[in-house]
Design a protein around this ligand. Structure first.
Ligand SMILES: [Zn+2]
Length: 89
């Protein structure tokens, strides 16, 4: 659990808003991707869950819709990022 808090702090410090790139982020959240096998890192060990971290700025939080809509948008953006970078990090 210590690592989790560290990761959240790093995400807050290093990343802009996942949706628009603005800084600072207002909140850092995480979710479990709906199709984790498509995400970087390869297949998951049995019983393990993939977690993705994201940051949102104040404006995207207020204007991005319901929490479910926001997560859907974040997931789409992140998958596009992975598709663009391929396997090189
Ligand atoms: Zn934003």
């Amino acid at each position: 659990m210590v690592n989790l808090q560290k990761k959240i702090a790093q995400a807050r410090a290093n990343c802009g808003c996942t949706l628009c790139g603005a800084r600072p982020v207002k909140c850092v959240g995480m979710f479990s991707p709906s199709d984790p096998e498509k995400w970087p890192g390869g297949p998951l060990d049995k019983g393990k869950k993939r977690l993705a971290f994201y940051g949102l700025c104040d404006q995207c939080m207020r204007e991005g819709g319901s929490p479910e809509e926001l997560i859907k948008k974040v997931e789409t953006v992140m998958q596009a990022m992975f598709a663009a970078t391929g396997d090189e990090d």
